[in-house]
Structure formats: C-alpha cells, structure tokens
Design a protein around this ligand. Structure first.
Ligand code: GAF
Length: 384
C-alpha cells in the first residue's frame, strides 16, 4: 500500500495528518538458516514487500494502534500497563517495541499508529520483524532517539523474545533495519558486524523466485524452541559458548565427542556446515560466480530437511520440482515447518518452473502456492 493511502487513512482515523510515514521490508534469507541463535552467519536480503506506518507522537501515555489488514476499531493501550504476555494478537508486536524502548530508558510518551502491510504473514518472510522495525524506526525519528540501526534491531528482537514470547534470533530484525537495495546482507550474528554483498540478479539474467507454500507457521510454537534448546545442549556438551565456535575442520571430532547423542549430532552438523555454506556463498558472490551458489543452496535444503528436520512435504515438493525444471539451486527459507522456498533460475526458465510447481502442487492436492520474484530491495526508511 502506498504512503499516500496510509497517510490519508491515518487522518481519517485520528482526525489529523500524521507527523510522518515510514516503511520496513520483509526478507528472504539466501543462506544461513537457524545459525543466528548460534552466533553464526546469515545472508538475508530485503523484499519489496513492506509494512508502511503513519505515526504521530502523543504525550499522554497512550498508544493507539490500527491496522488496515486487520480492520476493526482503533486499539487503545496505556503505556504504563504494557507487560509481556498481556496482548495475544497482532498488537503485541508494536506494543512490544514501545515496551522495549521504554524499558531501555527511552522517553517514548505515546503514539498514534496506522499500519498497512504487503508482507505475506506466516510465510517465513518476516512479516513480524517488518512490523516491529517500522514502529521502532518511526519512534526513533519522532522522539529523536538517534539509535543505530543494529540497536533498533536488538530492541525489536527483545520485543519478540520477551513481550511476544517467540525465542527467535537477530536475523530478521537486522535484515529489515539494515538491508540495502541490490545487496544481500552478510551478517555475523556474534558481533553484528555487516557487509553488504552486491547481489544484482537481473545483470546476470537470473531470477530468484519465492514459492510461498501457503502452509502457515509460527515461531512461538514448540518446534523452533526445541531446535534452539538442542543447539544449546550441543554447545554445552562440546564445551563452547555457541556452535559457531565449532570449526568446520573440527566437525568430525565434535560429532565423535557427542557419542550417541544422535539428535544433537544432527543439529550440530547442520549448524557447522551451514555456517560454511554462508562463507562459500559470500566467496562465490564476491568473485562474481553467481550461478555457482545454486548447488550450495540445494545442499542447505538437504541439511535442513535431513539433519535439522524442519522441512515439510510442501517445501520438499517445491524444491524438488524447481530443481527438476531447471532451477540452479533451491531451498526452504526462514524458520521452516511451512512458509516459503526459494529457487535460483535463469530468467528464461521462470515460466516453465512456475508452471511446473503449480502443477505439482495441484497434482498432490495441496493449496495452490504463490510464486513471485524477489528483488533485493531497500531496508527500513522514512517515506515522508
Ligand atoms: C526465524 C527466526 F525469526 C530467525 O531468527 C531465524 O532463526 C530463522 O527463523 C531461521 O534461520 O525467521
């Protein structure tokens, strides 16, 4: 939805024009899955799909929220009453951000907010991070907080972990806050150091397709937390701070050390090889060998399916069909258990590939997938 529409609707709802309009995107993760809560490497890029927010300050301790996507009345919350676990719907994300900012000592005295999103929800494309980041950026601007982007991302992650109660890592919020157009973001989640890696697919006559399986997922459900706990157990058994500290060359020795802890062994193997795959993709993209990342992406899918065990039949069908119809590489992306897959393909193969995936889903009796092209887009910003 355009900035003008969001601005107009805000004016209708709240009786005065907003002080500003901001946007924050969803993301696709190219490679580096479930590595972010292991202090590892990730490589997301921003989607053109975004959450747009029209916002004005208030000084009376009230937060008023409205979403064009949910509809209904304006929701009014008292800032003093904000507490983790009290909101169980979409308002927990913006309310959690306000709570996290205030808890960190930032003088946020209230706001009127109207939001509209084009990021598909439950599709593994970070609709919640986009919602958090757009609110954080607007409040940062309006209250003159001047927080660096990485810090805004940290506060949003805190909102999600503590206020909403989903034990996620730092990738999605950092992607929404820090990505740049035409680039993928190589992020070291240990110290949050970043490198923007040029990722211009069109110049190579390549396309990256997102296949949204329409199987909805949520991170507050138990499986994400179980994987995280399993990784932490692995680190403890190996005597390291985080699985990031297990070197690729030391993987065999580490697996041996884990003895008959077969589940932990699988999780460790995924994290260690996945960190290596991120480094490999960075090397290939930096040397201009974009097509060569395809097999690395496909290897990542096998690792998520067989070792981390977070794929599902719809994601596997999307990946297998894409590969069978000419994709250079394909993998599930995001948290897993549903959501989306990505496929890297020659521009000339896009129509055939899309049709093949749609037909395979229909033949399997699955809900029709949504296939669209992902172009590396700008991160969060003020629109007006
Ligand atoms: C979700 C989480 F929010 C991220 O922090 C990350 O762990 C991802 O799943 C898996 O890579 O998107």
């Amino acid at each position: 939805m355009g900035a003008q529409q969001v601005r107009e609707r805000f004016t209708e709802l709240y009786g005065a024009a907003p002080e500003g309009v901001w946007a924050a995107p969803g993301r696709v993760n190219l490679i580096g899955e479930h590595t972010d809560y292991n202090d590892g490497f990730v490589m997301p890029f921003a989607l053109p799909h975004q959450v747009t927010a029209a916002v004005s300050r208030r000084t009376d301790g009230l937060l008023r929220l409205h979403s064009a996507d949910i509809g209904g009345e304006v929701v009014e919350l008292a800032l003093d009453g904000l507490a983790p676990g009290t909101d169980d719907d979409w308002t927990a994300y913006p309310a959690g951000v306000v709570w996290a900012l205030r808890e960190a000592g930032h003088p946020v005295t209230g706001a009127d907010v109207h939001l509209a999103s084009t990021v598909p929800t439950g599709a593994g494309l970070s609709s919640s991070a986009a919602l958090e980041v757009v609110v954080a950026l607007a409040l940062d601007d309006l209250f003159g907080l001047e927080l660096p982007r990485w810090k805004l991302a940290r506060l949003c992650q805190r909102a999600e972990n503590v206020y909403v109660g989903a034990p996620t890592g730092i990738m999605d919020q950092t992607a929404s806050a820090c990505c740049e157009e035409g680039h993928a973001l190589f992020l070291d989640t240990r110290d949050l150091s970043q490198r923007q890696i040029p990722f211009d697919l069109a110049a190579e006559d390549l396309r990256l397709l997102v296949i949204d399986t329409q199987v909805k997922h949520a991170h507050s459900g138990g499986e994400y937390g179980k994987r995280r706990a399993g990784c932490e157990k692995g680190a403890a058994l190996l005597g390291v701070d985080a699985l990031r500290d297990v070197a690729y060359d030391g993987l065999e020795a580490a697996l041996e050390q884990l003895g008959d802890e077969s589940e932990v062994r699988r999780l460790v193997r995924h994290i260690v090889t996945e960190n290596r795959r991120v480094e490999r993709v960075v090397e290939l993209l930096t040397s201009g060998d974009v097509r060569a990342i395809g097999p690395v992406l496909t290897e990542g899918h096998a690792s998520l399916r067989d070792d981390f065990r977070i794929s599902c039949p719809e994601l596997d069908l999307a990946v297998d069909t894409a590969l069978a119809s000419g994709a250079l590489g394909a993998r599930m992306t995001g948290g897993g258990f549903g959501g989306s897959a990505i496929a890297l393909a020659e521009a000339s193969a896009v129509d055939t590939l899309t049709k093949a995936v749609e037909e395979a889903f229909a033949a399997a009796g699955y809900t029709a997938p949504r296939v669209f092209e992902a172009v590396p887009s700008p991160g969060a910003r003020r629109l007006g």
